[in-house]
Design a protein around this ligand. Structure first.
Ligand code: ARG
Length: 460
């Protein structure tokens, strides 16, 4: 079949499988509105310089709006030669307005700048949605942290009971990580939202096209200043994949915590039915599938990132068809990210906590450090205090009792500096409240974190 775009030089049609192999329309049709907006801006700019007459421009604009309408109401009829969204739109435009005028739209333009423009426009809008959803997730964690500030739980290192902390402190530890992702995302959006339009195939536009005017019309924040870079570059895709991978890494660890905490053995949290599923075989099961998918989908995100690095790393400068392979991973990645963030917010806003289970999981040994700190306050060097406290733990172990069941006499027998007031150390709330320096788990320090995150959410 004759190909309308570059048919002049080619005499034979494509091998049918090659045609399919080459065709990106099944996925880049997602950008139909962006492609048409870009074409209208391009035509308008060409009308300003006299490449198109005002009448030709308005015919083209009307025609393009009709094409857009056809996509929107699902009446666009795809044809075999529609290689990609650019080809399809131009073919249809020419059918509507005639080849004489339709054939003028592409003057000085290349699909290389078109695809880069379409992807950036689409991605910018998607990332802004994601920015909103991510803000909601952080806000949700902050609100829970405020409401449940009194609840204590074991803090873990190496998944071993370490020191008591506030549940809010755990919530905010992840919210803080998410807030850094929010900052990163805001940076990424700035660089995504630059215009490649008017850069041609690689060398630039020969008709003095007003790139600034086109960028303004399309809502870009600025231009890409090197035409070869503008068509060769997929940094905006890389940055998005890197950003998303970084976020998925964080949400995966968050999910892992909650999977553990929702197990029967821990029982700290219970997921809402809306985010759990049952087993087809075992009636008693309630599985945290939402969290497992968050953890699982992170692998998919990393895979897209690594895959695209491999695709691009050996390409000679400017456009090569390999770049088309950046489209599908990007679309899939954005879907994964958008869904994951909303699912995480859904899980977090609907789960219930079991304070008693959290309290019951606290063990007196988690206060061993308090004994050492107690001795420090009496002037004992920390290393020595640590040693003495270690002997207390060892004695409790050999006696087969929890540390708080040792008698005052037994304690004093270990070291005379363990005075009558040592028993005050056996208090979880006290241990938590002592961590009052900024960043700690005391109520005041947690409130400070809530304030910092609140400001961050407002973009301050
Ligand atoms: N469908 C192509 C892509 O996604 C558009 C650019 C094609 N340019 C070309 N010179 N063949 O990259």
């Amino acid at each position: 079949a004759e190909n309308m775009l570059w048919g002049g030089r080619f005499t034979q049609g494509l091998d049918p499988l090659m045609e399919q192999y080459n065709c990106s329309l099944p996925y880049d049709r997602l950008f139909y509105a962006q492609d048409i907006a870009g074409s209208i801006a391009f035509a308008r700019a060409n009308a300003t310089t006299g490449i198109l007459t005002p009448e030709e421009f308005s015919t083209i604009e009307k025609g393009l709006l009709q094409v857009k309408e056809e996509w929107a109401n699902n009446s666009f009829v795809v044809q075999q030669n529609d290689e990609d969204i650019h080809t399809a739109n131009e073919r249809r435009l020419s059918e509507i307005v005639g080849k004489e005028i339709g054939g003028k739209l592409h003057t000085g333009r290349s699909r290389n700048e078109q695809i880069a423009t379409d992807m950036r426009l689409w991605l910018r809008d998607e990332l802004k949605k994601i920015e909103g959803w991510l803000g909601e997730l952080v806000k949700c964690a902050v609100q829970r942290a405020e409401a449940e500030i009194d609840v204590l739980m074991p803090g873990y290192t190496h998944l071993q009971k370490a020191q008591p902390v506030r549940w809010s402190h755990w919530l905010l530890s992840h919210a803080t990580a998410f807030s850094f992702e929010l900052e990163r995302l805001r940076e990424v959006i700035k660089r995504v939202n630059r215009s490649p339009l008017g850069c041609g195939a690689l060398a630039g536009n020969p008709f003095k096209i007003d790139r600034v005017a086109m960028a303004k019309e399309l809502g870009f924040d600025g231009l890409l200043y090197n035409s070869m870079n503008a068509v060769a570059d997929r940094d905006f895709v890389f940055e998005t994949l890197q950003w998303g991978s970084s976020f998925m890494l964080k949400i995966s660890r968050w999910a892992e915590d909650l999977i553990i905490y929702s197990s029967l053995e821990f029982g700290f949290v219970r997921l809402a039915d809306a985010y759990s599923t049952g087993s087809s075989l075992m009636p008693q099961k309630k599985n945290a599938d939402s969290l497992e998918l968050l953890r699982g989908k992170s692998g998919r995100a990393f895979g897209h990132m690594a895959g695209l690095y491999c695709t691009i790393k050996g390409l000679p400068t400017t456009y090569n068809k390999d770049l088309q392979e950046s489209v599908e991973p990007l679309i899939d990645h954005i879907k994964t990210l958008g869904d994951s963030i909303q699912i995480a917010t859904g899980v977090l806003s609907t789960l219930t906590i079991n304070e008693e289970k959290m309290l019951a999981a606290l063990a007196p040994e988690m206060l061993a450090t308090e004994f050492a700190d107690y001795l420090v306050r009496k002037g004992v060097p920390f290393r020595e205090g640590h040693h003495i406290s270690g002997r207390v733990v060892a004695l409790a172990e050999s006696e087969g009792v929890p540390m708080d069941k040792l008698s005052l006499e037994q304690l004093k027998g270990i070291d005379a500096r363990l005075g009558d007031d040592i028993l005050e150390c056996l208090n979880y709330e006290r241990a938590v409240e002592l961590k009052a320096a900024t960043g700690g788990t005391s109520k005041s320090a947690v409130r400070e974190q809530i304030e910092v995150l609140g400001k961050m959410l407002q973009g301050k």
